[in-house]
Design a protein around this ligand. Sequence first.
Ligand SMILES: [Zn+2]
Ligand SMILES: [Zn+2]
Length: 256
Amino acid sequence: MSILLKQNYHMHTTRCGHATGEDRAYVEAAIAAGYETVGFSDHTPFPAGYPRNEYVRMAHDQLEGYVSSVLSLQKEYQNDIRLLLGLEVEYYPNWFEAWQKFTSPYPFDYFLLGQHYVGADDNSYYSGRPTNDPTVLKKYVDRCIAGMKTGMFLYLAHPDLLDYQRPNSPEYASEMRRLCEAAKELHVPMEINLLGIRENRPYPKQQFWKIAGEVGGDVVFGVDAHSPDALSHPASVAFAEDMVRRYGLHHVQNLL
Ligand SMILES: [Zn+2]
Ligand SMILES: [Zn+2]
């Protein structure tokens, strides 16, 4: 038997250039699916001057419209669902201070850390690209840990995004153990990404979650909805629940 997912903090909008559906359609789909709390966490914009990839994230001048749309839906549907305002954010050391300044005027409820790139910005190495390079593996883990250490993030999205081609190697085990131990120590939950399950992506990586179970620490489910229909997909929830049982993971639900 599958539990019903009651919270989901991972949801996008068309502004990122690779999602579909009106903002309102996400909220209505979430209500229909029986959620108590959902949050929009679209891919964050960075301030003007950032070398943006338009298929990855909204432009800097779309932030205001994003915030006002979510806040007005929040009000409109307040009797039906608790709607939160968030963003999914890469930790780019050279942009972090400017990003904080840029987003600080708005009443965000939370930020997710999602390290889709390992280098300086979106034009650098994509974390999900298959690799055999242990230095990339280490770089990814270092970056995720540095991001978590800022204390700014509600949880770490798809921590197993890095697609290392030797997941049974000692170097994968030791680097991912380092990541899991840091998350536990910093009290940052890690996400089993339901989009990866729905689309049969290389993540969730079973080897990663086995290590996560040995280390301990909190685990959260994230729908990572890029279309409203993704909010109701019981098979992916059931798959994630099986992982929780298989690896003895500590699944937490109500983060905010
Ligand atoms: Zn996305
Ligand atoms: Zn996402």
